[in-house]
Design a protein around this ligand. Sequence first.
Ligand SMILES: Cc1ncc(COP(=O)(O)O)c(C=O)c1O
Length: 419
Amino acid sequence: MRPTRFAERFSKKTGILELMDDLGRAMERGGDMRMLGGGNPAHIPEVNEIWRERTAQILANGAELEETLANYDTPQGKLAFLDSLADLMNREFGWNLSARNIAITNGSQTGFFLLLNLLSGTGTDGVMNRVLFPLCPEYIGYADQAVEPGALLSRRATIELIGDHFFKYHVDFTELDPADDVAALCVSRPTNPTGNVLTDDEVRRLAGIAAAKDIPFVIDNAYGAPFPHILFKDVEPYWDKNVILTMSLSKLGLPAVRTGIIIAAEEVIKAVSACNAVISLANGSVGQVLVRPLIESGDILRLSREIIMPFYRRRSQQAVESLVGAFGEDVDFRIHEREGSIFLWLWLPELPVSSAELYERLKQRGVLVVSGHYFFYGLDDPWRHAGECLRLSYAQDPMKFQEAAQIIADEVRRIRSEA
Ligand SMILES: Cc1ncc(COP(=O)(O)O)c(C=O)c1O
């Protein structure tokens, strides 16, 4: 293979590659690894039972099986699925959507590759366009997706200290001030990696800034309402004609069906659908066929609010107890407020080694985490805080999380005593 710019850009070692490689190996091989890395959702028995029943129904019904496996969808997605999703969002939130406002992608990761490159890069007028992430740290999966270097910018969050061991990030509106090269704002809400949920006020202010500049505001709703609803506080979902809202079937417990959803103005949906045709012809149908009856009946809301959300809320509580118990009072640590998603974000102030080195040391001891530094990209200046954090998933076995918390605390004590 000759070295091309594309190969150089997309085949290098990235955080998301390290994370997904660790994840895939740990999930497939199992073994003694305590898996707090990657973002694999939990296997919730009640939820898996629903997928089992739906799969059996599809297998029993010849026409549905053929619809699932033997036809290409349109590049926009399965029209019946798009209709049923538009109805659900309109019923739930009073939005005025039609199927023309929705497109399916091969997972929302692919959706973001399309969106970030539709929105950023050199314009037809020759002028550079950038996407601004108003609250850094932000999702690792966006960091390497822009085709053109320098297309992604971020602003540091401000830090509110809460009690002795907790904290919360906020958008620093005094520093936000998007310049003319900013062509879109983008946030994940709930935020991966921190479990933060931007307040209604923050979202409305960001939407106002985007509208005033006539640029899209992308809200990544992979963990949000109405499904999978991994939200531990009451917030208003937000959409307006300027907003590009993304969703996914992954955190419902279906990451392997690779189904992402984009809800946006018709011109955005047309652009995404055209890209889908060029890149994939059409996307996978299985997720859409599995989930459509739950969307039509509204059962997806009950499943999300009564099973999935309480499951993760319990797990997050157990995870905090494990960490607080393991660290005790002799080690300086802080945990981000638990407001949603499937992660705890651990801050180790003044950590004497980098979080990347701590990741390596923990891996040697059978604990997989994600080093926090990958979530700080697009910043103007280096920020010491970027090397002091770890992302810990609490989706897997709580006993393993507890063992892992003991090992993390022990390793941090060891590092501090060596310093
Ligand atoms: C915030 C966020 N956005 C997007 C994705 C991509 O999800 P998928 O491609 O599985 O739909 C993830 C996955 O972890 C995520 O956490």
